[in-house]
Ligand binder design. Sequence first.
Ligand code: PEP
Length: 258
Amino acid sequence: MKYIVGNWKMNLSVRESVALVRGVLRSIQGCEQLPHIVLCPSATALSEAHKLLTRTHIALGAQNAGPDRAGAMTGEIGIAQLEDVGCKYAILGHSERRLKFAESDELVRERLSAVLASDLTPILCVGEPAEVRAAGKEEAYILKQLKLALAGQKIPKGKTLIVAYEPVWAIGSGSPAAPAQAMAMHHVIREYLKSEFKLSGERVAVLYGGSVDGKNAYQFLREPEIDGLLVGGASLKIEAFGQILDSACEVMQAQLSV
Ligand code: PEP
């Protein structure tokens, strides 16, 4: 099963978000093999999006969460509030949070811990900056991010941990990683989660994110090592996002007939 996650970031009014949700619902009509589809609008649009997504095959996700269920944390959105508006997933540790808002590995760990204790499924983002890759140290960097986020955590039975590998240099740059680069890192991530947390099969999913669009999505999705995509810019354009969803449906249909 593939995952397609749309991260709308700090974009769209409530009215525009509702129109885009409707567009995505229309674009999956007729697709027999649907991937897990998760839409992550801005917090301001979660409630309205939830009304449209109830009893559909599309789940709602938040762009950040916690680090607690509720409490005195000005500007944050508690896990209980996210559950209340129908969220089922939460993106954590996005590089924009880490870099622009100085979210530390420790804060990402706390957010993850709160999400793991809730009904939400975490989508933990990791990714190396360009200079780290240029120095050939990307594997060590990603393993360190994973290790710090997961330190002392127990992944409850029945919970899936989703990790999104999003190289910082590929996000919003128009220059995605090569599928081979993504696959190599996905292998490293998967092996780590298997050896340290005994996570395998349905309990773990490793997604790729970074300048995915309607034209290149298929190249990533056809690789068994790539469980899906986290999409930023292209998830705001219904034509491009529709193509990405079509690619996922096509790959899944082909896998069924093997
Ligand atoms: C992202 O920010 O998670 C992302 C993948 O962005 P983009 O698709 O625009 O590169």
